[in-house]
Write a protein that binds this ligand. Structure first.
Ligand code: IVH
Length: 706
């Protein structure tokens, strides 16, 4: 419903200059959004291949219209900007990246280039260190007089993030260097990573706590290192391999190999697979050995690194742009295999997102048996034209979730039909809709979908919704698992059912007469509920606390809201909605198309309405809290800051809003009052700077009493 067809992509050669300009701006925005998700939040939302496509299109357009290349175009930047959440540290010696070799010829050329540059005679041996390329994130540790003084991420290579406090919790990082003749200044560099096993265990824990799931060990290491709370980092099993250095006041050894040995003596963990090679053949043999071992290693690697051993030669070779001439990364091809895609299953996430999963004939990829692969979303299936029964190429590239790369079309059965993505939720049958510009299709059966039930129920009883004392996430989960509370209405019929039940609630572990009576009393106390809280509790997509209030105030009663939404739903078409009811909804200040569509979708699902009716039979809906226009603070903007002692932050906010004030989270010139509790910080300072009236809690109470 209301999903606009995706625009066809205009080939670069057909773009006018004006179109190219618009497109470049859009691509730059999209790329920087993905960069931020990848580098700053460690949570990418597109596959590497899709990301590369965006970059390729941007460079193709820039190549055709060089005059349109912006100074801040993604093509002009290297690596990621440091995240703003951490202080910055400038690297004394820049942290550069490595050039890549993808074939045996590339490796031979590397050796030839080095020989030519150094003008080595044919008989002169060129010794090269070979070691695994760890798929983690690089870190620079600064030691002064043997003591760890700072730790920084790579960032853009020149400036990284100050992660010193977090790094001090990593066991592999010594706080003091061992040995007698430790140089006064030592910058030790290497890779922070996470063992595969630890990564899987962490994800399991995260899933249980309903917390971020990491895509692969690399993201998980990055996310764990860049925590604002040091204790979180401390609880994560991070590891560190030392393999390089930055500023050194003296060099303890003359070769790469000896230097790494020295790092080991100084207290670091170094990779035991580091080897010396005397010719290209030895490098390639090493590469193949490590590639065979790859799947059974306890951590992810994405290639091997070759480094000229003699440091005097490294110095002579120097750098080309951002990579050393004396080193190169020989990358592994992503591990691929061919198998049959038997079936596409749709999984429904706890927030209603429909995700397609490929069920495969089991096949071994890089030592791991793969039976499922992600298909990302509807568009991805269409773009690759993936059909059930197809023979497909799948790939594991560092990521633990394998992907379908392409279809072997020659092997396609004649009667194979293009896949048609369901428009109904496979779990509850409600319609599943896509919002404009969203790749994900979502189930609209907020109140009835079993896949979403627990999440919805938790939301239903949460603080800003029904707020039932003694009925939190834990109890909801238990009651749901036991089949006692499956739908919101079940909360209010619990007591009646318990009276008839053989196994009573009071006999459950952790319960007794008192706690059960308290629970029933808390539930009864909430049978009378304000309309805005009820609307918020329904869990309609995009309807948070604020929008629920707007809807409640506008419609005044559940009956009015439902009648209007029924009228709007009847008029909803692919092209949009021309009903008066929809226009009226859309005209509420603060309610845009996306919110309006989501509300209409919710009420268009008859079973949501049925579940709501059942609930309404058990509760009494009070009119929305009305906003006063005659109070002393009506129309004023207020900010509460610091710890309040006379009331909770929520109470203060609710009361101010009832009196017609707008409560804001930040201080600006538009703020009328800042109510400062104890230990108020930057907001108070800002209020003083801007000359905004600052009140104590008592002064505020006096003001609103007046
Ligand atoms: S040496 C001057 N050795 O690969 C460059 N890098 O693509 C010094 N990496 O940013 C880097 N394992 O994060 C080196 N054994 C290894 C490595 C390694 C992983 C990473 C490192 C670097 C990236 C370059």
């Amino acid at each position: 419903m209301a999903v606009k067809a995706k625009k066809a992509v205009t080939p670069v050669e057909n773009l006018t200059k004006a179109q190219a300009k618009v497109e470049l701006t859009r691509l730059a925005l999209e790329i920087s959004m993905h960069d931020e998700r990848y580098y700053q939040k460690d949570a990418p939302t597109v596959s590497d291949a899709d990301y590369d496509k965006l970059r390729q299109r941007l460079s193709a357009i820039e190549k055709r219209f060089p005059e349109l290349v912006a100074k801040d175009s993604p093509s002009q930047k290297v690596g990621a900007q440091p995240s703003r959440a951490f202080a910055k540290i400038r690297h004394a010696v820049p942290m550069l990246s490595l050039g890549n070799a993808f074939s045996d010829e590339d490796v031979a050329e590397f050796a030839t280039r080095v020989r030519r540059f150094l003008n080595l005679g044919a008989d002169e041996p060129l010794v090269i260190v070979a070691e695994p390329k760890i798929d983690g994130l690089s870190l620079s540790l600064r030691y002064e007089n043997g003591e760890l003084v700072s730790a920084a991420t790579r960032g853009d290579g020149f400036e990284g993030e100050d992660v010193t406090a977090n790094v001090r919790t990593i066991k592999d990082v010594p706080h003091t260097l061992k040995g007698k003749n430790v140089p006064a200044i030592c910058e030790v560099r290497g890779e922070v990573y996470m063992m595969r096993e630890d990564f899987l265990a962490l994800n399991k824990k995260q899933a249980e706590a309903d917390d971020t799931i990491f895509a692969n060990p690399r993201n998980s290491a990055a996310g764990s290192l860049r925590q604002k709370n040091v204790e979180v980092t401390a609880s994560r099993p991070l590891k560190f391999f030392a393999y390089a250095w930055g500023e050194m006041s003296e060099m303890p050894a003359p070769t790469q190999f000896e230097m790494v040995k020295w790092l080991h003596k100084a207290g670091f963990v170094v990779n035991p697979r580091m080897t010396l090679c005397r010719d290209v053949e030895a490098l390639l043999t090493y590469y193949r050995e490590v590639e065979t071992e790859r799947a059974s290693l306890p951590y992810d690697i994405d290639g091997v690194v070759y480094k000229v051993d003699r440091l005097d030669w490294q110095n002579r070779l120097g750098f080309v742009s951002r990579s050393p001439r004396w080193a190169i990364a020989h990358k592994f091809a992503a591990e691929q295999a061919t198998t049959v895609l038997e079936k596409i299953d749709i999984q429904v996430g706890r927030t209603g997102a429909l995700t397609p999963v490929a069920r495969l004939t089991p096949v071994t990829v890089g030592g791991v048996v793969v039976q499922n692969a992600t298909l990302h979303n509807e568009d991805e299936i269409a773009r690759k034209d993936i059909r059930e029964g197809d023979t497909v190429v799948i790939q594991r590239a560092g990521d633990v979730i394998p992907q379908v790369v392409s279809v072997v079309t020659e092997k396609r059965r004649k009667n194979a039909k293009p896949y048609s993505f369901p428009h109904k939720c496979p779990n509850c049958g409600s319609h599943a809709v896509r919002e404009e510009d969203e790749a994900v299709r979502r189930c609209t059966g907020a109140l009835i979908c079993p896949a979403q039930a627990v999440e919805r129920l938790k939301h239903f009883v949460s603080r800003l919704a029904f707020d039932i004392e003694g009925l939190g996430d834990k109890q909801i989960q238990e009651f749901y698992d036991d089949g006692l509370i499956m739908h919101p209405v079940d909360i209010f019929t619990l007591q009646k059912r318990d009276a008839r039940a053989v196994r009573k609630l009071k006999d459950r572990e952790g319960y007794g007469d008192v706690s059960v009576n308290n629970l029933f009393a808390a539930i009864d106390a909430r049978r009378r509920i304000e309309l805005n809280r009820l609307i918020f509790a329904l869990g309609i997509r995009h309807v948070g606390e604020g929008n629920a209030k707007l809807l409640a105030r506008h419609y005044g009663s559940m009956e009015n809201l439902r009648a209007a939404m029924a009228e709007a739903a009847a008029a909803q078409t692919e092209e949009g909605n021309t009903s008066e009811a929809y226009a009226d909804l859309n005209n509420i200040g603060g309610i845009g198309d996306i919110v309006a569509d989501a509300v209409v979708e919710f009420f268009a699902e008859k079973r949501n309405v049925k579940a709501l009716d059942e609930l309404l039979a058990e509760i009494e809906v009070l009119p929305a809290e009305q906003v006063r226009t005659d109070s002393t603070v009506a129309g004023k903007t207020v900010v509460f800051t610091g710890s309040l002692t006379k009331f909770t932050r929520d109470e203060a906010k609710a009361q101010a809003e009832r009196l017609g004030a707008k409560v804001s989270g930040s201080v600006s010139k538009k703020t009328d009052y800042v109510v400062a509790g104890e230990e108020a910080g930057s907001k108070l300072t800002k209020a003083r700077e801007l000359g905004v009236a600052v009140l104590t809690e008592d002064e505020w109470l006096k003001l609103i009493e007046a």
